[in-house]
Design a protein around this ligand. Sequence first.
Ligand code: NAP
Length: 539
Amino acid sequence: MTKPPTTVTDYEVLVVGAGFSGLHLLHRLRGAGHLVHVVEQAPEVGGTWYWNRYPGARCDVESVDYSYSWDEDLQQEWDWTEKYPAQGDILAYLKHVADRFDLRKDIDFNTTLTGAEWDESQGLWTATADDGRIYRARYLLMAVGCLSVPKDIDLPGFDKFAGPVLRTYDWPEGEDLKGRTVGVIGTGSTGAQVIPALSETVGDLTVIQRTPNFVIPTRNRPLHDGELEEIKADYADRRVRNRSHPAGVFRSDNEKNAFDVDAQERYATFQERWEGGGINFLGSFADLMFDQAANDAVAEFVHAKIDEIVDDPATAASLKPRSYPLGAKRPVIATDYYETYNKDNVHLVDVKRNPLDTFTEKGFRLADGTEYAIDTMVLATGFDAFTGPFTKMDIRGTDGRSLAQVWNREGARTQLGFGAAGFPNMIIVAGVGSPSVLANMVTAIEQHVEWISRLLDTMREEGYTKIEAQESAQEAWAQTVEDVAAMTLWPNGDSGSWYRGANVEGKVQLFMPYAAGIVEYGNAIDKSAENDYEGFVLS
Ligand code: NAP
C-alpha cells in the first residue's frame, strides 16, 4: 500500500482512543470550546468493547450503571434489556452515543500512533501515525484503556503449533469454532466467559489452567417488566449513590465482619449473596479484603460450592484456588463456569500439577509425556495492563526522555494517575495510580474526564500552557498507592495478578490501581485542583 503524503494537522487537544474515555473527552472538551481531535486505531468507536468480541463476552457491572451519567436524555432514551450487558449491547450503545452527539466527524479511525514527541521550545506534542500522518497538539490525552494491549505469548514452543490461533482480544466477528477440537489457555475473567460459551458449539474443548480463580455466578437475566422504568425514574439519585461508593457502583455492603456472626449466619450470608450473583458477593462481610481469617471463610465457601457443582473430584480439586486470598486476583464473575466441567466434551488440564512441556505441531505435550491433539488454539492469556499501550509507543518527553525506558526500568509512577514527571501536557485517563479497574470503569472515567476538563478550562482562563507532574509528588503518590494496597489482602499470596504487573515476565512490580476507591480518590484530586493543582507545576 502506498503511504499518503505526510500531512501535519494542528489541534489544541489530541485524544488517543475512542472508547468510553475518548468519546466522553471529545464531547465534553469540544462543548467547552477546545479544539479537540481523536485518533483511534480501530475502524469504529468502542475501545475494549469494539475488540473483545469473543463468544460470551459480557460486562459484570450492571447495564444501567455501566453507562454515561452526563446526559439525562441519553440515559432516559437508551433501553438496556438485560441486567448485565453483552459486548454487543455496549458497543451498540457507544455507537449510538457517537452518532447522537455527532462525534465521528472529529475522529480519525484506522489510525495507530507509533510515537509522540514533546517539543519544549514550542510547547507542543508531535504525534506520528503508522501511515505517516503527523498531528501536533498542545495536550496529548491518553484515553488508551487499562486492558487494551494483550500480553506477549510466553508459552513453551508455541511457534511450533501449526493450527489456527485465535485471541479473545481481537476475536473474528461471529466465529464460534463449531465442531472443532479446541484448546483454551487462560481461566481469568475472559477465559471463564469464553469456555462455557465455546463448550456449546465446539466438538471438543480442552482447558489449560495454570492458576485457578474464584468464580462467582453472574446470574444474568432479562430486566423485568417495569424494572427499567423504575430505574430511570430514579436515575439521577442512583448515579449519586454510585458516586458515593468506593467501587463507583452502589452495593448494599454488609457492615458486619465475618466473625461478628456465628457460623450459621456466616454461611447464610454467603449463600444469599451467591444466589444473588455478581460482584455483590464481595460485600458479604466488611473485612473480606482485610482479614485473612474472614477471607479463608469465604474461600472455604467457594471451595464447597465447587465440590457441590463439579462431578469429578479430581477436576473439582484442580479448580480450587488455594495459594492466594479471594480478591487478590480480580474476582471472576461468569455463568455456568464450574458446571461446564461436567460436560463430556470439556476437559481440564491442570498445568500446575503436570506442567506444560511444549506445544507441538498438532497440539501440546505435558511434562509426563501425555500428548493432546488440538486443531485450534484460543488464547485468553491476559493483558500488559495499564502500561502496555504506553510502552509500545515511542513517547519522548523533556530532553528526549523515553517513557517506555523509564517505566520498563523503574515501573510506572504518576501524580494522581494523571501525569508523569518529564512528560508535560501528556494527561492520562484512568491510568496507573487511579482507582480505574477496581471500580466501575465508567464512573472512574467520568471522574477523570471532569477533572481534566476543569484543568484545561482553568489553564485557558489563567493563561497557562504547560502542566507537568512534580517528581516528588509522583513518588509520594506511588507510595500512597502501595501503602493503601498493603492495608488489604490484595497484594498477598502468589496470585500473579496483573494488578501488580506480575503476569508479565520482567515487568517491574508495583501495585497499579489505587485501592481506596473513587470517593477517597475524588477527595485527593479535588484537593489538588483547589490548591492550584498541587503536585503539578503549571506555567
Ligand atoms: P487475566 O485475568 O490476566 O487471565 C489470563 C489467564 O491466562 C490466567 O488464567 C493466566 O494464568 C493464563 N495465562 C497467561 N499466560 C499463561 C501461560 N504462559 N501459561 C498458562 N496460563 C497462562 O486476563 P483476562 O481473563 O483477559 O482478564 C483481564 C481483566 O479484564 C479481568 O481481570 C477484568 O478486569 C477484565 N475483564 C472483565 C470482564 C467482565 O467484566 N466480566 C471480562 C473479561 C475481562 P495465571 O493466572 O497462572 O497467570
